[in-house]
Design a binder for this molecule. Structure first.
Ligand SMILES: Cc1cc2nc3c(=O)[nH]c(=O)nc-3n(C[C@H](O)[C@H](O)[C@H](O)COP(=O)(O)OP(=O)(O)OC[C@H]3O[C@@H](n4cnc5c(N)ncnc54)[C@H](O)[C@@H]3O)c2cc1C
Length: 357
């Protein structure tokens, strides 16, 4: 009997598709299904999964299962766990693949326990070796890469976003098997009454952006005229983020200044910090400005594929093999020019600006 794989997903907040990371996991599930000669089942959770189910109709799944209804509209531990458990039991799969969304990261370890199985989170790659599955994940701030092989089944694996090409199959009509779940009253006690999110123009961390833009402490340092120009730096960077759709990162020196109440960029927080003690974001391209390119900072650039930097110092860290291209230039001038070009482009191009970066 061939192995069975369940791809588990919840619908997006808009309700008519799945979160972007889910299609990447589905791409990985398809590949693994093929390599292992396994059978694929899809399990969906949400208020109404019919539109989302059409987007995965051509993925080659033998069955598409759903736990649907108003009780499953929003993230809630008790109802999400009950829904995921019911789907896993119905699919009777040995391997369960799911995206590492915040909704699933909260709940799937508990579900694995209920199934008497095991779980691995933060997985970045999956492959079949001699009919066996290997999962890869990083430890110790991305310095040690572990390859995991497990005997127990059920094995639940949550994949990070940006690690596998997304499933791009056409949408189509499909049959969805509804799996009934009756929730005890206690499971519906928690109610989501609303969502408070930062305004989109102050939301500077954008994991899906094609470009990571990093600002370093140089933006707040004295310039050639002996003065600082933070009041110019702020609008230059914000304009660039708006027109390019880039995600904003910062060096430790710059984000620490925020904490020390110096004159700094008001929109920069510790959440933006990239590096050894910061985050390790994944973007196809990165542009560093006014940042020296010290090793503890560059550690966080590990998953940035194409790296460019702008620095006045031709001997900065980026020049020593840390960037593909170093522009020895004044970042104030470079960004002014870039913003002019991007503004011209958005006037002539019908494409929305955030796709351009
Ligand atoms: C244990 C440890 C962990 C650390 N973890 C992190 C981490 O997670 N993340 C992190 O970022 N750092 C980390 N650091 C600190 C790191 O080593 C650096 O000190 C820090 O990243 C330096 O920040 P910076 O490059 O922005 O500032 P600086 O070193 O002050 O560099 C500023 C740069 O701006 C340039 N510049 C100035 N004006 C202009 C201009 N007009 N145009 C272009 N360039 C200009 C200058 O030439 C200079 O190179 C860590 C350090 C330690 C010891």
């Amino acid at each position: 009997m061939s192995q069975s794989i369940l791809f588990l997903a919840h619908v997006s907040e808009a309700g008519n598709t799945l979160p972007k990371a889910s299609y990447e996991v589905l791409g990985a599930a398809q590949e693994l299904t093929k390599q292992l000669g396994a059978r694929l089942t899809i399990g969906l959770i949400g208020e109404d999964v019919s539109a989302a189910a059409k987007t995965v109709a051509t993925a080659g799944a033998e069955r598409i299962l759903a736990v649907a209804g108003p009780d499953f509209a929003t993230a809630r531990y008790a109802s999400d766990a009950a829904a995921a458990e019911a789907l896993c039991r119905s699919a009777a799969a040995e391997l369960i693949l799911a995206p590492a969304t915040s909704r699933f990261m909260r709940v799937l370890a508990g579900v694995a326990h209920r199934l008497n199985g095991c779980v691995d989170t933060h997985v970045t790659a999956l492959e079949a070796v001699d009919g066996d599955v290997r999962a890869t994940r990083w430890h110790y701030r991305q310095r040690i890469e572990a390859v995991i092989r497990r005997d127990p089944r059920t094995w639940m694996v949550l994949l990070e976003s940006g690690c596998h090409p997304a499933f791009l199959g056409a949408a189509g009509p499909t049959q969805v098997e509804q799996i009934p779940v009756t929730l005890p009253k206690a499971a519906t006690r928690t109610v989501v009454t609303g969502v408070r999110a930062p305004k989109s123009d102050v939301q500077t961390i954008r994991p899906d952006a094609r470009l990571l833009f990093v600002a370093g402490a140089g933006w707040t340092k004295k310039q050639a005229d002996g003065k600082t120009h933070v009041e110019q730096a702020e609008p230059l960077i914000l304009d660039f983020l708006r027109t390019s759709g880039a995600s904003l990162g910062g060096s430790k020196s710059l984000v620490d200044q925020t904490g020390e109440s110096q004159t700094v960029l008001g929109f920069m927080t510790h959440l933006n910090q990239v590096g050894q003690t910061g985050s390790t974001p994944r973007h196809p391209k990165g542009l560093s400005t006014c940042c020296h390119g010290e090793e503890p900072h560059v550690v966080g650039w590990r998953f940035i594929n194409e790296r460019r930097a702008v620095n006045l110092d031709p001997n900065c860290g980026w020049a020593r093999g840390k960037a593909d291209v170093l522009y020895v230039a004044d970042a104030f001038e470079v960004l002014t020019k870039l913003n002019t070009l991007l503004a011209q482009k958005s006037r002539t191009s019908p494409e929305p600006a955030p796709q351009q970066a």
